[in-house]
Design a protein around this ligand. Structure first.
Ligand SMILES: Nc1nc2c(c(=O)[nH]1)N[C@H]1C(S)=C(S)[C@@H](COP(=O)(O)O)O[C@H]1N2
Ligand SMILES: [Mo]
Length: 410
């Protein structure tokens, strides 16, 4: 983010008005603030973007920020608690008046563009809660370590998105029968700032693109999408790696082959077709790798926070969420005895398809001492989360091992 602070972290002489706006109030003794000092509130970019101060900075360039299970306790994740994953540099200026969404590619009848006003006026609007989980969420669990952000469990959110169905727009454009894939193109810049390169350009098969819940959205939780989450327009594809949900959306190409944009190939968002020995590298070709599609079954314990100190023999509330990519979660269980016995939890239906499901239960810790709560979700195909870290893969993706939290009774 640019704005009132220059690259060395100092306030620009011209920046006082912008600073005041960012803080939301005036700086009373601004004239005494020494050159080279910036308000402490801006020690982290998070404050500027209105993010919860507890979020963990995983990288400055690109800017990547992780949430925490207890911050994800809300039924619908608020913007301030959402993780941020950027592959490049977010756009500095948004020209709202001239912002267009263009639909092109080998498999459209004719290229067509829509202004934001066109989209809002011409198509029916829908609102869905959708789980977006980074394909690399949980990466820090893999040994040997793989490259990329060392996400723990917080690279997931389920917010409420409003927009139009991609399928309605594609119907208006007219797509050819040979369409197999879509690929998005966005306004963010490659880290090198080379305009010929894209930071990321991913997509999904046409069948996923045409699902009811696949949105071209301009609202998050009823407000404009925050700048860092894709303002003014975002493709939102629930249940699949969140890298398929293109922020700052400008163009969608309808492809007659698997989309081959940036981060669709190599080991980006792909896993070996057959298990590999941890640490082994294999040729990065389609023969050896497949694209990650629906995300695996997973859950979070969002309350209490790990490390909670409780009283023995009293009822303790536990709660969280569970999700399973394109599928429903059918069972949620917890264990307080390291997996020897499991107790079934109350599990709600999702608000809509591809939303996470809330679960809750109570446990009683029989005596003073240290405990762990383990949580395990099972999907409608009867596949459960593994207790141990799943098969290693070179990109460190789709670690859906059970979450564990610590509890002490005293
Ligand atoms: N244009 C664009 N879209 C993008 C990205 C990006 O770098 N540029 N990152 C993707 C990845 S890898 C993830 S996990 C999600 C993160 O969404 P969030 O930052 O809103 O949480 O956005 C996806 N969409
Ligand atoms: Mo991601």
């Amino acid at each position: 983010m640019t704005g009132p602070i220059n690259r060395r972290g100092f306030i620009k002489k011209s920046g006082l008005a912008a600073l005041t706006a960012a803080i939301g109030t005036n700086i009373v003794y601004a004239n005494h603030l020494p050159e080279g000092f910036r308000p402490v509130i801006f020690d982290e970019k998070n404050a500027l973007a209105g993010k919860s101060p507890e979020l963990i900075i995983r990288g400055e360039r690109p800017w990547n920020v992780e949430s925490l299970p207890h911050l994800l306790d809300e039924r619908v994740t608020s913007a301030k608690n959402m993780f941020i994953r950027n592959n490049g540099l977010s756009p500095e200026k948004i020209d709202l008046q001239n912002w267009k969404l263009t639909i092109d590619g080998e498999s459209v009848r004719a290229t067509k563009s829509y202004t934001l006003a066109d989209l809002k006026k011409r198509f029916k609007q829908y609102t869905y809660q959708l789980v977006l989980e980074c394909g690399g969420n949980g990466r820090s669990g893999y040994q040997p370590q793989t490259s990329g952000n060392q996400w723990d469990q917080g690279a997931v959110h389920c917010a409420e998105w409003t927009g139009v169905r991609l399928k309605d727009v594609l119907k208006d454009v007219g797509i050819k029968e040979d369409a197999v894939y879509i690929g998005y193109h966005s306004a963010d810049a490659h880290l090198s700032k080379d305009p010929a390169k894209e930071a990321i350009s991913r997509g999904v098969p046409i069948a996923k693109a045409l699902e009811d819940e696949t949105l071209i959205a301009w609202k998050l939780n009823g407000e404009d999408i925050p700048a860092i989450h894709g303002f003014p327009l975002r493709l939102v594809v629930g249940g699949w790696p969140a890298s398929t949900s293109g922020k700052w959306l400008e163009r969608i190409s309808i492809r007659n082959k698997v989309h081959d944009g940036a981060k669709m190939t190599g080991h980006s968002y792909r896993v070996p077709r057959n298990p590999v020995v941890p640490g082994e590298s294999i040729p990065e070709t389609d023969e050896f790798y497949k694209i990650i599609e629906s995300m695996p079954v997973k859950s979070l314990i969002t309350y209490p926070k790990t490390g909670a100190i409780v009283k023995p023999e009293t009822k303790i509330d536990l709660r969280g969420h569970a999700w399973a990519g394109d599928l429903k979660v059918t069972k949620m269980e917890v264990s307080i005895d390291f997996g020897a016995t499991w107790q079934e939890c109350e599990l709600e239906a999702p608000a809509n398809r591809l939303a996470w499901q809330h679960w809750k239960t109570t446990v009683q810790l029989p005596q003073k001492g240290y405990y762990e709560v383990w949580a395990r979700a099972t999907d409608e195909k009867n596949v459960a989360q593994p207790m141990v870290i799943p098969t290693w893969n070179p990109g460190g993706y789709i670690n859906n091992a059970c979450e564990r939290i610590a509890m002490k009774a005293e």
